[in-house]
Design a protein around this ligand. Structure first.
Ligand SMILES: [Zn+2]
Length: 366
């Protein structure tokens, strides 16, 4: 420990923060999701903390962790996936920088349940090894990622099944470049193999919030049908104050073709719910009903996308992004013909854990 120069340490911390902002600009990470680390020497690495937005990061918040036993000093907790990073540094002595992202196309490709994604980048063959699924933060996940990183010792881009991606480099530039390359290659793969070529994000329809028991819409001229949906949602969900209507291509397509969604991705299980029902108009039903359930934060409308619910606008927007990605994953699996869904038990556990830790965080803030 005494051999680490403090100036060097500060430079590395700054490089991590800069990398976070760059990844954010490139759209490869959003909010507090994902994490970034840098090897300091044979024994230690630095990693981003848990639950802090990249724009709020300062060098004092970056955590120094010992590779061998995962110990760290101070009150700031390292990112919950620090075990994954340690496992990668152990497996790959040749790398010094790791970025873990939830980037859309790579994550969606990681729901297909494949061992490798065989695609191309700049007309050259590009094989992306996929680590088997492990519950977030678990030793098993770290083992799975570390094993695959060691096995494919020439690869620097990996998919973590049903979760995201992890990319390596000798420095932040290399690791970020690898993440960009991976995203383009996976986008190509989804278009070629799953017939899925669509943009991602939020395509907003009718959004609203609750203020003093009144519903305030973002725009005027609300059709009666829409007003009734918002009224029903607020009446049945006293815990939510914001509704963001997402009509992105993926969400819209799901609202037309599917009658139920189970999570293919961790963040879907955490933020949206364990099972989402979508109205249908067969078997004598007109499909005009909606399903508003406790702890399910997306309410689909037949042929009209989904309403994303949150206690705050920020929450509702987060749900909206995660839903869009989840819908893309669902479509990819449907079109590919196979995929790996998360176990219901894992989903229940993840959803409960997320709600509990989230409400604790909110208590702390207030
Ligand atoms: Zn993650």
């Amino acid at each position: 420990m005494s051999t680490i120069d403090n100036d060097d340490l500060l430079d590395l911390k700054k490089e991590i923060i800069e990398a976070g902002l760059k990844l954010q600009q490139k759209g490869l990470i959003v909010r507090t999701w994902g994490n970034i680390s840098c090897r300091v020497n044979k024994k230690y690495f630095l990693i981003t903390p848990s639950g802090i937005r990249y724009e709020d990061l300062t060098p004092d918040k970056i955590v120094l962790v010992k590779i061998s036993d995962l110990s760290y000093k101070g009150d700031i907790k390292p990112s919950s996936e620090y075990k994954v990073h340690a496992a990668c540094y152990r497996a790959r002595k040749d790398i010094s920088f790791i970025v873990h992202t939830h980037q859309v196309y790579a994550t969606v490709a990681g729901a297909l349940g494949k061992k490798e994604i065989r695609t191309e980048y700049n007309d050259e063959r590009f094989i992306v090894p996929c680590a088997l699924y492990g519950y977030p933060g678990s030793d098993r996940l770290a083992d799975n990622v570390g094993r695959i990183a060691g096995k494919y010792s020439l690869s620097n881009a990996f998919i973590m099944a049903n979760h995201g991606a992890v990319c390596f480099g000798n420095n932040s530039y290399e690791a970020i470049a690898e993440a960009e390359k991976l995203e383009i290659a996976c986008q190509t793969y989804l278009a070629d193999v799953c017939n899925l070529s669509m943009g991602h994000g939020l395509e907003e329809g009718y959004s609203s919030h609750r203020q003093d028991d009144k519903i305030v819409f973002d725009f005027g001229d609300i059709p009666d049908r829409v007003r009734k949906i918002h009224e029903e949602i607020y009446a049945k969900r006293p815990d939510i104050n914001y509704i963001v209507h997402n009509k992105s291509e993926a969400v819209l397509t799901i609202s037309r073709r599917v009658n139920q969604m189970r999570p293919l991705l961790d963040d879907f299980a955490q933020l949206i719910g364990v099972k989402v029902r979508i109205p249908v108009n067969d078997h004598g039903r007109d499909g005009n009903n909606i399903y508003v359930k406790k702890n399910v934060n997306a309410v689909f409308v037949l042929n009209d996308g989904a309403y994303c619910l949150g206690a705050t606008l920020d929450d509702a927007q987060a749900v909206s992004l995660v839903l869009d990605k989840g819908c893309m994953a669902h479509l990819a699996v449907l079109r590919y013909g196979e995929g790996h869904f998360l176990s219901t038990l894992d989903c229940i556990r993840m959803n409960r854990f997320y709600r509990n830790s989230y409400s604790k965080l909110a208590d702390k803030k207030s």
